[in-house]
Design a protein around this ligand. Structure first.
Ligand SMILES: [Zn+2]
Length: 150
C-alpha cells in the first residue's frame, strides 16, 4: 500500500481519478539527502509561502523536517482544456465541480510546511469526465492590455 493511501487522503475518493503517481519514494530520497546536509529542500519561495498561507489546506501529517507543524497542501491544476486558467490552485470543492466540467486535467499536490518552508511535490493524478472540451474562450485581463499595441 502506498504511503498516500495509508494516510487516507481525500483525493483517493474522487470518482474520476486516474493515472495516479505517488512521489513518496522520491520524497524519501529528498529527505535522506536533506538530513545528510547535501541539499536544502526548505527553499519555498515567497510566492509558494503566500499561497500556502491563503490556499493551503491543513493535513494530519506533521512536517518531516522540523516536526513542529502540520503540513498544508496546495492543489495545482494544469491542462489544455483549462485554457488560461491552467496553473491555478483549487480547493476540494472546486476540484469536485471541475471533474464534470472538463474532460481531462492534471492535479499536482504540493505539501508545504509553513514553519520551516519544507516543500515537496507529493502526488499527481488526472481528473475529468473523459469528454473532450475546447478550452474556454480567452478572457481579456489587465496583463493583456499591457502588451497590446494599437
Ligand atoms: Zn517544517
Amino acid at each position: 500500500m502506498s504511503v498516500l493511501a495509508a494516510e487516507g487522503l481525500f483525493f483517493a475518493l474522487m470518482k474520476s481519478q486516474r493515472l495516479y503517481t505517488d512521489y513518496s519514494l522520491d520524497k524519501r530520497a529528498t529527505l535522506m539527502a536533506l538530513f545528510r546536509g547535501v541539499v536544502d529542500a526548505c527553499d519555498a519561495d515567497p510566492y509558494l509561502m503566500r499561497a500556502a498561507k491563503w490556499h493551503g489546506e491543513k493535513t494530519q501529517r506533521s512536517c518531516p523536517v522540523c516536526k513542529k507543524s502540520a503540513l498544508v497542501e496546495l492543489r495545482y491544476t494544469f491542462g489544455e482544456q483549462l485554457g488560461q486558467y491552467s496553473g491555478r490552485i483549487k480547493n476540494l470543492q472546486e476540484l469536485t465541480e471541475m471533474e464534470s466540467q472538463y474532460g481531462e486535467f492534471q492535479v499536482y499536490i504540493v505539501e508545504v510546511c509553513r514553519e520551516c518552508s519544507w516543500n515537496h511535490l507529493s502526488a499527481s493524478f488526472v481528473l475529468g469526465d473523459g469528454r473532450e472540451r475546447k478550452p474556454p474562450r480567452k478572457v481579456r485581463t489587465l496583463e493583456d492590455e499591457d502588451y497590446t499595441t494599437r
